[in-house]
Design a protein around this ligand. Sequence first.
Ligand code: PEP
Ligand code: MN
Length: 370
Amino acid sequence: MQFQPVFNTQKRPVLIAGPCSAETEEQVLAAAHGLKSFQPDLFRAGIWKPRTRPGAFEGIGVPGLAWLRRVKEETGMKTTTEVATGQHVYECLKYGVDVFWIGARTTVNPFSVQEIADAMAGTDIPVIVKNPVNPDYKLWVGAIERLYKAGLRRIAAIHRGFSTYGDSKYRNVPRWQMAIDLIEEFPGLEVICDISHICGRRDILAETAQKAYDLNFDGLMVEVHPTPDSAWSDASQQITPEQFGQMTAGLIRRQMTSQDPDYLQTIENYRQQIDEVDEEIIHLIAQRMQMVREIGYVKKDKNIAIFQPERWRALVEACRRRAEKNELSNDFINLFLEAIHQEGITQQERVMNDGVPALSLPVDDLWIND
Ligand code: PEP
Ligand code: MN
């Protein structure tokens, strides 16, 4: 897919800011005028609000679109809102909304995404696709593909985290890797980080924004309200225009690279060492798997089960202790061990069930240097 930019500016990161919901004309205009001097690239406000449970404020609907038009007339800022149905698309087109976004609860539903894509076909309106509420990468990409197939090219993505059950510091856990995968797979696609819906609270917005900058996102979406505590939706995560200005001014934008010869030399030295270590790691893992296959062969002979919970528990404990001493995070070592275990089981299954011989060559003869 060959995307065209949603944001007509070289400036990075871009900023999208505005209230969670358009509540009243005064509130929308106060937010917009408060934000104007910080020059966000887009002014956001939700007109139709998909609420998790009924009874909450479900959005002002069509009258709010006239308020967005006033924002544009009075401040010159371009506007964006969420569309969830074909009807929303028609209404937004009528009122001249500049950019549409598809919310997390809509991205999960291919019928809805298709309806929006069909309604937008033939227009040149930019559209930004939030990730689905659940961490399903293909669903996110699939929504982007539906819009692309409808002929739209000005498409971007928003990472807003994923819902989770149980305690977390975040309202929606970021699982950054999924956004990183998207950025890597689609180089021309602008990816924005919606820190407000990831955090769900004000006190960790700035650190999360910095993280997004460090990961080279193209921009931020931030919920900004003139009086956040009295917001009709998402009160606890909204900030004032002044707080928005302070927060964004305090963020450090990292360069992609530098031409400084010392920097280039140092980086090059470390990269060479890392390449050597990586080669060694793969070699060691191959060696380990070779031993695992040998055990599979012995187990097959004596008809012993592949999975030995006690042995595995002891190994995990020992590795975790060692990892902790070496300042490796618990999350990392758990993921690593899980992958090692999974591969070990697969290798033993092949020996025991598919009759693959446990090669008894020394591992150095197996090792193929590239
Ligand atoms: C929003 O942006 O206000 C919103 C409802 O977001 P999400 O779709 O990410 O929950
Ligand atoms: Mn919101």
